[in-house]
Design a protein around this ligand. Structure first.
Ligand SMILES: Cc1cc2nc3c(=O)[nH]c(=O)nc-3n(C[C@H](O)[C@H](O)[C@H](O)COP(=O)(O)OP(=O)(O)OC[C@H]3O[C@@H](n4cnc5c(N)ncnc54)[C@H](O)[C@@H]3O)c2cc1C
Ligand SMILES: *[C@@H]1O[C@H](CO)[C@@H](O)[C@H](O)[C@H]1NC(C)=O
Length: 223
């Protein structure tokens, strides 16, 4: 795996970056920023651990190229099925309507058409993030409650989270943690305001960050 490149942005080493949500978008953004040389990235995730939900996902050739660039394609490829062809059938009688041979993808573009379990796609990106622990930190079981989009005098953005007094930081080993009981009983939970130079909303379809942005703009959230 290639090492991160030198920061291209002048603020690369100083900018604190908060990523709200550790799904596919949040993890990919963290990994891409770290590989650009950003040093201070924290992922805030409501769940206690990452990556067990979903079904099959296509890794098309354009995604495969990006994943290779981020250094996380091999993990997914080892767990994927490469499609050789696909057929579209008439549901009434199984008559074949079209047939596409996918050999040309590898030949012309250098990547196969892969199908993986969503867990393994997220796992591949997560592994990439975990390989850069100095740059990317995890704050799990930490739920975003509110974003205040009015910048502080220092130009930072504040956001409020509910978290454990000591939030778990290992996405794969949270269940065995000694604070399991406290987590289950919701003891030792605190609400705190945090801040970062850059806040990236990746908290999914029911985004709290989007809700608050639209509220500030006086618009309705239709999701
Ligand atoms: C259960 C499930 C199964 C899916 N299966 C498939 C599939 O098989 N194939 C396919 O192509 N697509 C599937 N999708 C759709 C695909 O996963 C989504 O399009 C994609 O995950 C969107 O990425 P995202 O990072 O924006 O959001 P998400 O992956 O939803 O990530 C959002 C993250 O933010 C966290 N979060 C949410 N609110 C807060 C908060 N307030 N504070 C902190 N963290 C928060 C969530 O826990 C989550 O980890 C599935 C989606 C879901 C939910
Ligand atoms: C994956 O690709 C196949 C073939 O193009 C398509 O039929 C299927 O709907 C795709 N699946 C997803 C989850 O996008």
């Amino acid at each position: 795996m290639a090492t991160p490149t030198t920061p291209q942005a002048p603020l690369g080493t100083q900018l604190s970056i908060a990523i709200l949500g550790g799904g596919i978008a949040g993890l990919s953004t963290a990994l891409a920023l770290a590989r650009q040389g950003f040093q201070d990235i924290t992922i805030y995730e409501a769940a206690k651990g990452l990556g067990e939900v979903g079904a099959g996902i296509n890794i098309t050739i354009n995604l495969a190229r990006i994943m290779e660039r981020l250094g996380c394609l091999d993990y997914a490829r080892d767990r994927a099925v490469a499609l050789e062809q696909y057929k579209v059938l008439e549901s009434e009688n199984d008559e074949q309507l079209t047939h596409v041979n996918l050999d040309y993808l590898q030949k012309d573009f250098g990547y196969p058409f892969l199908v993986v379990h969503r867990r393994d796609l997220q796992g591949a990106i997560l592994k990439g993030c975990q390989s850069l622990p100095d740059q990317i930190k995890f704050q799990l079981h930490t739920a975003l409650l509110e974003v205040d989009y009015t910048p502080t005098p220092e130009g930072k953005t504040r956001f409020k989270v509910k978290r454990n007094v000591a939030p778990p930081t290992d996405p794969e080993n949270v269940k065995g943690a000694a604070d399991k009981k406290a987590q289950e009983e919701d003891l030792d939970r605190e609400e705190v305001w945090l801040e970062a130079d850059l806040v990236i909303a990746a908290d999914g379809i029911r985004s709290v960050a989007r809700r608050d942005m639209l509220k500030k703009l006086g618009e309705e959230d239709h999701s």
